[in-house]
Design a protein. Structure first.
Length: 331
């Protein structure tokens, strides 16, 4: 199928038609085209992929985003009330949210920001500037060889934009806080198309609001993240029989106790079910130092397990493993 042979129709809506004429057929795609279908099929959750926007807009620059927002807001203001919904829009970064409508919209316009995926490290290696369409796996692949990192997501295929503006839990959160706390600057396109920066010196109120404010205040196109020295980690996944549940609860209590708190230790505890093993307890254990079996995790490693992937490895490897447990296309 050609990439975008299916153009607009009588049902495309005024905003999609305007965006198509302004940005061109490679950046504004319609149902039936390969680019449109590729965007929809790349969501993490089926319930997001099943939503059908009137068009998908795939900007490659912040100026494209500015053009899109100016058009959407100005055209919507001129339409009759019954036509305005065709200019409603959703903002998509990595598309990993499981909630229908979080990053896609029925019969509206979806802004697919995956083309904004540049990753640049400052000369002094203290700030990494990341386009919101990049994934954390892509970020770590660049920073790992330099022994640098950011307090980013734990799953490789999660997008930078949604996680950062939504808060963001990281393996480094005990030391650095939420991912959004480490955002020193946001490049943002406002509703009128104005491109601004939000940092301690420019628009500081917007900086604070965007740290957890999600997509309610503008379209974030780039984030500048605090970057720190980081080498290899120790971690992986550990699988236990469910009949170890009492030992697991005791170990979790010990891990969480104030007197044994270790800011380098992160734990994701979960339950799973498989035909081979039935009910299973699965822990993702990550220690942000290259230290095998540190005391913080010994209450867990002393419990008999039937499989584990524990090893010393770069963050890119550990985040890819975590991502393998949450592949696309499920509900």
């Amino acid at each position: 199928m050609p990439l975008n042979t299916t153009g607009p129709s009588d049902w495309s809506g005024a905003c999609c038609l305007a965006l198509w004429s302004l940005l061109g057929e490679t950046k504004v795609t319609f149902p039936g085209s390969q680019l449109y279908d590729s965007s929809r099929s790349s969501y993490f959750a089926q319930q997001e992929a099943q939503i059908q926007p009137l068009c998908v807009v795939a900007p490659s620059t912040v100026d494209d985003v500015s053009t899109a927002l100016k058009s959407l807001t100005s055209i919507a203001a001129s339409l009759a009330d019954e036509e305005k919904p065709t200019c409603n829009f959703a903002i998509r970064s990595g598309g990993h949210a499981p909630v229908a409508g979080a990053a896609n919209i029925q019969a509206g316009v979806t802004l697919d920001l995956r083309g904004l995926n540049a990753i640049n490290l400052s000369t002094d290696q203290t700030i990494t500037s990341v386009g919101v369409g990049a994934t954390w796996g892509e970020v770590y692949a660049i920073l790992d060889p330099l022994n640098r990192s950011v307090a980013g997501g734990r799953v490789a295929q999660v997008g930078v934009g949604g996680l950062t503006t939504g808060g963001g839990i990281s393996y480094f959160s005990p030391r650095y806080g939420w991912t959004c706390d480490t955002a020193q600057n946001f490049e943002v396109v406002l509703a009128n198309g104005t491109i601004v920066n939000a940092n301690a010196d420019e628009n500081p109120d917007l900086l604070i609001a965007l740290r957890g404010g999600s997509n309610n205040l503008g379209v974030v196109t780039r984030v500048d993240l605090t970057t720190f020295e980081q080498g290899l980690l120790w971690g992986g996944s550990v699988f236990y029989s469910f009949d170890t549940i009492d030992q697991q609860l005791k170990a979790t209590a010990e891990f969480s106790a104030a007197e044994t708190y270790d800011e380098y230790a992160s734990l994701i505890a979960s339950f799973a079910f498989s035909g081979a093993h039935g009910a299973t307890i699965v822990h993702s254990i990550e220690y942000t130092k290259p230290e095998e079996n540190p005391p913080a995790f010994q209450p867990f490693t002393e419990i008999p397990s039937f499989y584990n992937t524990l090893r010393i490895a770069p963050l890119s490897s550990l985040s890819a493993e975590q991502g393998a447990y949450s592949s696309n296309g499920k509900r």
